[in-house]
Design a protein around this ligand. Sequence first.
Ligand code: DI6
Ligand code: FE
Length: 410
Amino acid sequence: MKRLGGNCVTESYVLTGVKLATMASSDTPYGLIEDGAVAVSDGKIVWAGARQELSADNYPWTQIELDGRLVTPGLIDCHTHIVFGGNRAMEFEMRLKGASYEDVARAGGGIVSTVSATRAASLEDLVQKALPRLDALIAEGATVVEVKSGYGLDLETELNMLRAARRLADLRPVTVKTTFLGAHATPGEYKGRDDDYIDTVCIPALRTAHAQGLVDAVDGFCENIAFAPAQIERVFQAAQELGLPLKLHAEQLSHQGGTALAARYGALSVDHVEYATEDDARAMAAAGSVAVILPGAYYTIRETQAPPIDHFRAHGVPMALATDCNPGSSPLTSLLLTMNMGCTLFRMTPEEALAGVTCNAANALGLNDRGRIAAGMRADLAIWDVESPAELAYRIGFNPLYSRIYEGKR
Ligand code: DI6
Ligand code: FE
């Protein structure tokens, strides 16, 4: 027996004495295997199941005894904006003293202040500011983090944000999936000329970023304070020509029809969706789009319209949960707290919450080799000092992570 410790990299090993939340079968809640084992080789899971069924002849490797600890897939944050310049704590203080959104904007706050600070930052600044946010996610077992652009809103800065996101994956043992979000807001210099911005800045920037290998998916913000469905559709058409998968921030503050549009284009996910209707849920189910639920933004802006979880359940729409980490509406870097909020604010079950940051989050990113514990999947695992999986969502502000395995390596 060997303990899991230090920085040793064992090529092939078997984790034993583990409770497995495989998220890979519906036979038991969480796909739970009480006394399980996982065989790992070359960064992949080669076998997972009940310990008594493990054939020591087939896997004659070092056994790592985990004393009954819980093993889940590595967590996946499928919606973040962790790369940005500046910070917006001043705005938070102003709002708490009664300032309106307009007062904040007049004092230089709001999304435009993040755009100015991001434009002023160097690539290295953006990376250094994002690292602590990424590290907080990793410290809670994250093995995949999606990162969006969208605070540059000009070619050079959008490219810089995406390069910073790619650089994060060189600096930490984590997978970073990049999403181009040029259609996040109209920058000051295009005020009142949204269409012009979309056609002459956003879409050309998407093409350039894609040509430089910086884009894994394309997103937009469809909202009365952002872009209309017809404007988003032009971005989607450009993305489709490039063969890129789609996502959309839709129905966050009002119902604009973005969900129906995203479903029509077969989007991987539709995100926020507080104001989505039952018809929207039907369309998402038919398209196979994941509903990405973002309780951190709901909480921060003190929204009162909860996403239609019952409709998503009834129509079989898979639900993911993500931090939406951003300086304005969700300064949140904890997936465990996100899970707790999904349960407490939206009455999701702890099992739905764990699916939301594992298998369904993988689907929201189009990753089919993550988010489940099964033979053939990547060995991205989180090991927890808890007795039952419900504890992950139950506790508030406590991190029971014991160890994290990324591509087979601790
Ligand atoms: N939805 C949001 O809530 C944020 N972006 C988005 O698409 C707001 C971003 C910010 O205020 O910086
Ligand atoms: Fe967002």
